[in-house]
Design a protein around this ligand. Structure first.
Ligand SMILES: [Zn+2]
Length: 340
């Protein structure tokens, strides 16, 4: 058997990925032998990019031992991994090296201090584009991840997906293969992460920003709410059939909140359920508050969200005032109960 490029197999092959922006780059999964590392270092240098970040998809040493040697040549880089990956790195760089890596590759692997820090929950940005770790559980080892760059539809899959070579199955006893097969449904996780980020990191802060300061007209909402829009609340449902009608609905809410000193929205509870690649349900309990943290109003909202050629849009809203702390309590009340 040979590698996809025709060369002979020495060990399970490693793929390192360089994601390029206009000036900055992210290296995903640095390799582990001196020879491989130096080839990757030259590759980065030839790209002319500033190496801003390194990301390791999982803890296996062949996907990160070279990080320190790469950072010595590109000292401005920050190395990220998830906390569970970092925990496994400490095992791999000590016991793992002694029992396996330095036995199979004696003298070929440089010092491998764990130079990684925990990736923030929201990931990091490369020139404004969000790069997010998506955990997929056990694949070729435990707690593996992919790096997802939703804005360009990129998923760097590490050892979750192999190309033309036999998978590394040594850690897949006791249900590991089933877990791995489930992880291959990664698109679901990645799209869920994408719509979640759009809703909570883009839509919500924009809505709050306009709501509290009115430094932008209500027209921005047409970047988030679809036309027509169906809006249901216990007093009845209504269609907003054109753009003016949609922005008018928002204006009523924002005007009411501004009159009450609105400053921000606290998310009391939330749930995101993906139906398929192009549709999701997002539910929240919004607590709309003043700057002194007192609550103006609290409501449970169900959003039907669809993916259009212009991106994600809210197509329908179901909302009700509530006192509840959880979505299940909020929705349990009958429509005709006094919900305020
Ligand atoms: Zn691996």
């Amino acid at each position: 058997m040979r590698l996809p490029d025709g060369s002979s197999i020495v060990s399970s092959p490693v793929a390192s990925t360089l994601v390029l922006g206009d000036n900055d780059a992210v290296l995903v999964d640095p390799p582990f032998t001196y020879e491989q590392i130096d080839r990757v270092r030259d590759w980065i240098a030839r790209s002319g990019m500033r190496l801003a970040y390194i990301y390791a998809t999982h803890g296996h040493g062949d996907h990160w031992f070279g990080a320190d040697r790469i950072m010595r040549r590109f000292p401005g880089a920050t190395a990220y991994a998830t906390e569970t990956t970092i925990a496994m790195m400490h095992q791999q760089s000590t016991v793992g090296r002694a029992q396996r890596w330095d036995v199979d590759f004696p003298g070929l692997i440089p010092e491998s201090p764990v130079v990684f820090e925990p990736i923030p929950a929201r990931g990091f940005t490369l020139e404004g584009r969000q790069c997010q770790a998506v955990g997929v559980g056990h694949t070729d080892t435990n707690d593996t991840t992919v790096l997802h760059v939703a804005s360009i539809g990129l998923m760097v899959a590490g050892d979750i997906a192999y190309s033309g070579v036999h998978q590394y199955l040594l850690e897949s006893r006791g249900g590991g293969i089933q877990a791995w097969l489930a992880a291959l449904d990664i698109e679901t996780e990645a799209v869920t992460a994408e719509v979640t980020e759009w809703f909570f990191e883009d839509y919500l802060p924009t809505w709050v920003g306009v709501g509290k300061a009115a430094d932008d007209g209500p027209g921005f909402i047409l970047d988030y709410w679809g036309v027509p829009l169906y809006d249901y609340h216990p007093d009845g449902g209504q269609w907003a059939l054109d753009g003016d009608s949609v922005t008018g609905r928002l204006n009523i809410t924002h005007t009411r909140l501004r009159a009450n000193g609105y400053a921000y929205t606290e998310v009391v509870d939330r749930s995101v359920r993906l139906y398929h690649r192009n549709g999701a349900a997002i539910e929240v309990i919004w607590s709309r508050r003043r700057a002194d943290d007192t609550e103006i109003e609290r409501l449970a909202v169900h959003f039907e969200v669809i993916h259009t050629q212009n991106g994600w849009r809210i197509a329908a809203i179901q909302r009700r005032f509530t006192h509840a702390e959880s979505l299940s309590d909020a929705w349990a009340a009958a429509d005709d109960e006094d919900l305020r």
